[in-house]
Design a protein around this ligand. Structure first.
Ligand SMILES: Nc1ncnc2c1ncn2[C@@H]1O[C@H](COP(=O)(O)OP(=O)(O)OP(=O)(O)O)[C@@H](O)[C@H]1O
Ligand SMILES: [Mg+2]
Length: 243
């Protein structure tokens, strides 16, 4: 049963606390203002996200990931979504430069920053303080501590993985939610939600599209990213659920 259709994915409830995320070929930027169908993007993002979740799991970071179903589909545990976007930054970029003009683009931060945004399209996903989320009873202090530590752990695992491949992880966004009263990383980690550059400063992520690259150029970058990350290893075995 389709429970949600977003800009990037469809979410199906499969029963028994499980769900299927189907990654779309559509790419959007500037809150949907630029939009294009890039055939093959869904499969690449599903594979990249699956493999990255496997690496997180292998490093003791709890996620919603169960297995890769093949194609553009990923099997996950259905979570109670916490309406926050958690951004981890290693280098100054994007909205951080806008709000903090003294910082130079790609300046290395003395330590990673964990930033919160309220996941609310009408409000434009605004940057908020942890205190704001706590006042609104979205989280409490202990959950904020847990979110921070989860985000920073994910950051060290991902930073190491990309460093070994000669790539720099500038920043990334994760979402978190509850599965059986456990805080886990949910949603996706793909070229749509990270910024990663090679030694020449070329992006392997959606920044290309924001800067005006064609769908074809984006697809090439996502293919490079997926190849570097590798194929998913936990492929779902029950063929009956793969339709
Ligand atoms: N394991 C999960 N359980 C329940 N919901 C999930 C899970 N993983 C991701 N989601 C939610 O599924 C939706 C995926 O859709 P998509 O990311 O395309 O939405 P979107 O257009 O980005 O809008 P938004 O993310 O703001 O809802 C998101 O709302 C995300 O929070
Ligand atoms: Mg989303």
């Amino acid at each position: 049963m389709l429970v949600y259709e977003g800009k990037a994915k469809k979410l199906y409830d499969l029963g028994n606390g499980t769900a299927r995320l189907v990654f779309k070929d559509e790419v959007t930027a500037f809150n949907g203002a630029r939009r294009e169908v890039v055939s093959g993007k869904g499969v690449l993002s599903a594979k990249t996200s699956s493999r990255l979740f496997e690496v997180l799991e292998d490093n003791g970071i709890p996620t919603h990931y169960i297995c890769y179903e093949g194609g553009a589909s990923v099997r996950v545990r259905l979570a109670k979504v916490i309406p926050l976007e958690v951004i981890v930054r290693n280098y100054a970029y994007g909205s951080m430069l806008k709000r903090m003009p003294p910082l130079k683009k790609l300046a290395r931060l003395s330590k990673p920053i964990v930033e919160l945004h309220f996941k609310n399209d009408e409000a434009g996903d605004p940057l908020i303080l942890p205190e704001d989320a706590i006042e609104a009873k979205i989280i409490d202090w202990s959950v904020w501590d847990e979110i921070k530590s989860l985000a920073l752990k994910a950051n060290s695992v991902l930073t190491n993985l990309f460093e070994k491949k000669g790539l720099k992880l500038i920043d990334f966004k994760i979402e978190v939610g509850w599965v059986d009263s456990r805080l886990v990383v949910i949603d996706e980690i793909s070229g749509d939600t990270i910024r990663v550059i090679d030694e020449k400063g070329e992006h392997l992520d959606k920044e290309l599209f924001r800067k005006g690259a064609s769908g074809k150029q984006l697809l090439e970058a996502y293919k490079r990213l997926q190849t570097i990350v590798g194929e998913p290893e936990r492929v779902c075995s029950d063929a009956s659920l793969q339709s």
